[in-house]
Structure formats: C-alpha cells, structure tokens
Ligand binder design. Structure first.
Ligand SMILES: [Zn+2]
Length: 430
C-alpha cells in the first residue's frame, strides 16, 4: 500500500459469490513438501459444495519451520478496530480509491476470491462462502473476535509496521502495539520519510531552516524504527535525477514548497534530499515500486529506473528494499542479484494476483538470490489481507519448492530464509 487515500463512502456493491462458484482458481492441495495437509487435519477435496461442512484449510504449511509463529512480515500496515459497512469493507479489497463501476464489486476479483477461499474457513464457513454470508458471519463474531481469529491464523512472528498510514476507509487503525497484541506478534516500526518531513514543518518554518528541521525529525524518528520507507514513486516517479541536491537547491525548492501552501511534499529536489538523508541514517530503506493506487503513474514505478540512484548509493552500503514490484518484479529480481545492497519483496503483489502468485514468485526466484527475497503482506485495514498474503505466499513457495528443490532439507533452508531469516538479519531483529 502506498499513499493514504481519502475514503469516500463507496456505494454498497452487489456481493458476488451467490451461488457458490464452481471449483477452480488454483484450488489445489499442498504439494506436500512438508506434509502441511496432515498438520491441519485437513483433506484435499471435500467441503467445496458450500454445504455446512466441517471447514478445512487447504493452504500449505511452510516446510521445515515447525511451530508458530515464525513469519516476519517486513512491510505491513495496521488494521481497523471497528466495524466497517459493506461498501467500506469492499473498498479495502482493491487498490482503486474510486467507487466501483456500475454492477461491479471489488469482491469479484482475485483478492475477493482469496478472502472467500482462505478466510471463510477460519470464521467457520465453507471455503468460497458468498460475500454476503461472509460479512454476516463477521458481524456475528464481532470485529474484535474476527480480527483476532484471522490475525492469529496468519501465524506471524513479527510485523514491521509502516506507520505512515493512520486510517483505512475513513476508520482509525489500531496502534502497532494493539496490532501486535491481537496478532501475538512482535511489532517494529518502519518510518515513512515523506510523512516525517511533512509533520516536521510548521506554519512558521523558513526555507533555509527546512533541511535542518527535517533532518532532526528524521533522526529522531529513525531512533525508534528498524527501517525507513519512501513513496517517492508516487510523488515524482522513480526516474528522478540520482545525484544528491546541493544545499542551495534544497533551500530554493523548500521556498517553492512552503509558498505553495501544500502539506504534501512533491518537489523532486526535496524528495531526493530526503532519500539521501535516509541513506546516511543507515537503516534499510524500503521503496515503493510497481503497482499501487490510481495516484501512481505505473511505468514511472519501474524499479530499473532507480539504477542510477542504486549505483550512487552503493558506497553507503545502506540496504535498499524494493517493495511490491508487479509487473516489474523481474526487474527487481535482477537488481537484487546485481547489487549487494538491493533486496526485493512481493508484498501486495501475491495478495492481488490470485493463481498468478505461483508464477510471479517463480519469476522472481529466477534471478533473486535466496538471501535477497523478503516476505511481506502489505496488509492494510483488513486482517483478511494478512491471512491472504500469508496463504498466497505459502502456496506459491510450496509450489516452487516442490518443483525446484526436491531435497527436503534444502527446501526447508530456503523457505526459512525467505519467510523470516532474511528479514531478521537485514533489520537486526531479535
Ligand atoms: Zn504498504
């Protein structure tokens, strides 16, 4: 998830799923690298008719990682703590911040299908229960219980929460501490540099003091964080001039920005200045790349446009983490192979691409070294997006390991790196 979007009140859309669709869309049992099916007491096959059958899960357990929780979600946002109307709930199933087209619903998408597939059984419904039944069951349980069940089913050991977003669909998000309590996961903060810079400026700030004020704010925010994040892809695209701007350029740009009266930092010189300040702080710097909400110009989020900046940043040694990637995940994978300080992840992407998750993960692992790919969900607003992100990742990794790594111990080693080991090492987590 990239930029905060102002929640309109979207119309309640027709809820798909009634009647329950035919079996399909990646509906396969685990390839069983680690025999996940038996650990759930689940069988492949049954309970697909929509009848009141015993719910089961068909998502694979990650191989070689006995016991939960163990996943490290290296990029995510918190979830809402109160009930959402149906239209607002649906609005969080899409990256679009626009009302759905007439007769369309965000539920009728790969994400909607994944929620019905993976989350419905956790709430005591058959897989692919209709959206209306799903929301009704959620209301019966209450938001606190539904959130607890879904987050714990995700089995996260640690969450690195981007605190640059504070509400979803117009509803406040739980604090990171509240999220960690419900999920029974450790939480760590990732600070969004543009947000910090925007918050640091007051009406009396002068152009010549802008850089010093913002620098102080970034340093104190970094002191409580394990990583930093930039949404420069949204603000000016990734095809920016790579070199560090001179102090006079920064002061001139600050004068223009402050005179504009806008809270939103969009001047390319100031955005570049923030990136260079972030490099000096040394914490891993996450960068939004690839798809996102309609505020983005997609082709300007191709991470290969960052190549000049990546080269210029190399002497600092600060890790750069390319988030999301799609449809440029192959470019991100190449950058992760080519440059020792570049890492990549597939958060948001695996959640959104449905059955394509297996292909996208496999394409990423064509080039990305196993110690350079990080797991994340980029969940935002809905606890469902945590569980869907985990399930899509586990399913895709299980399929790839089954094909590419027939040796069980080796499969377990690679899975452990991607699922959490890489993030623990990179962010120096306990
Ligand atoms: Zn995000």
């Amino acid at each position: 998830m990239g930029e905060p979007t102002v929640a309109a009140d979207p119309p309640v859309s027709p809820t798909p799923g009634a009647p329950v669709p035919a079996e399909g869309a990646g509906q396969r049992a685990s390839s069983g690298v680690a025999g996940g099916a038996e650990s759930n007491g689940a069988e492949s096959g049954g309970a697909r008719s929509g009848a009141a059958a015993v719910p089961h899960r068909d998502r694979p357990e990650l191989p070689g990682l006995p016991g939960q929780p163990r996943l490290v979600d290296q990029h995510c946002h918190s979830v809402v703590g109160s009930e959402l109307a149906a239209g607002r709930f649906a609005s969080l199933l899409t990256e679009s911040d626009r009302p759905p087209a007439l007769g369309a619903s965000p539920w009728d998408s790969a994400v909607g299908l994944a929620v019905r597939r993976w989350c419905a059984p956790e709430l005591g419904l058959p897989p692919f229960a209709p959206a209306e039944a799903y929301l009704e069951r959620r209301r019966e349980l209450g938001v606190a219980e539904a959130t607890r069940v879904l987050l714990r089913a995700a089995g996260l050991g640690a969450c690195l929460v981007d605190t640059g977003l504070t509400q979803a669909a117009g509803v406040p998000l739980l604090s990171p501490e509240e999220l960690g309590g419900v999920a029974q996961a450790d939480v760590h903060e990732v600070v969004r540099i543009e947000y910090v810079a925007e918050q640091a400026v007051s009406p009396g700030t002068g152009a010549h003091e802008w850089a010093a004020i913002v620098g102080d704010a970034l340093r104190s925010a970094a002191a409580r964080a394990v990583g930093l994040k930039s949404v420069v892809a949204y603000r000016c695209g990734l095809d920016f001039e790579p070199r560090r701007p001179a102090p006079a350029e920064v002061a001139n740009a600050a004068a223009l920005h402050l005179a504009s009266g806008s809270d939103r930092l969009a001047h390319p010189v100031l955005l570049r200045h923030l990136l260079w300040e972030a490099l000096e702080l040394g914490l891993p710097l996450q960068l939004h790349t690839g798809f996102g909400d309609p505020d983005l110009v997609l082709h300007r989020s191709d991470p290969s446009l960052l190549t000049g900046f990546i080269r210029a940043a190399e002497p600092y040694g600060t890790p750069l983490v390319l988030l999301h990637g799609w449809p440029y995940h192959r470019q991100a994978a190449w950058l992760a192979q080519a440059f020792p300080h570049v890492y990549c992840d597939l958060g948001l992407t695996l959640t959104h691409v449905g059955a394509g998750a297996r292909r996208v993960l496999a394409e990423t692992l064509e080039l990305a070294p196993f110690h350079k790919l990080l797991f994340s969900t980029d969940a935002y607003g809905l606890p469902e997006l945590y569980l869907v992100g985990v399930a899509a990742f586990a399913d895709a990794l299980d399929a790839w390991l089954g094909e590419a790594v027939p040796a069980e111990a080796e499969a377990a080693r690679i899975a452990a790196l991607v699922a959490g080991g890489n993030a623990r090492r990179l962010y120096r987590l306990p």
